[in-house]
Design a protein around this ligand. Structure first.
Ligand SMILES: [Zn+2]
Length: 113
């Protein structure tokens, strides 16, 4: 896997309150950098956590290709729900749900390489 390192300042700025053991420090910082330090669903910068896109209960792994930044509120609401179905309910807008889904998939495909 090739990851372009985020700027040095970013490594020290990343603050989260859980999930920090899923990824290496560089992977972790790059993820927040890629998502502009915002929740991948609602866009807030507050109370960001690591979300397992496919929940661990459903066999999702703690790897760069399954972890995204999500705010505490979205993360709690999502729980172990399958991502797309939950997004449609959360956004009440299938176009927006698909946009979020596509963006997350783009990120996963980028970090997978
Ligand atoms: Zn959110």
């Amino acid at each position: 896997m090739t990851i372009n390192s985020p700027p040095d300042y970013y490594l020290s700025e990343v603050r989260t309150d859980n999930g920090g053991d899923c990824l290496t420090q560089v992977e972790w910082a790059y993820m927040f950098y890629w998502f502009n330090h915002r929740c991948c669903v609602c866009g807030t910068r507050r109370h960001l956590q690591a979300d397992h896109w496919i929940s661990r209960k459903r066999g999702g792994t703690s790897s760069v290709t399954n972890v995204v930044p999500m705010c505490r509120k979205c993360n709690k609401r999502k729980g172990a729900s399958p991502a797309l179905g939950w997004l449609v309910l959360r956004c009440k807008d299938i176009t927006k749900a698909r946009w979020i889904m596509a963006r997350v998939e783009k990120y996963f495909s980028e970090v997978e390489q």
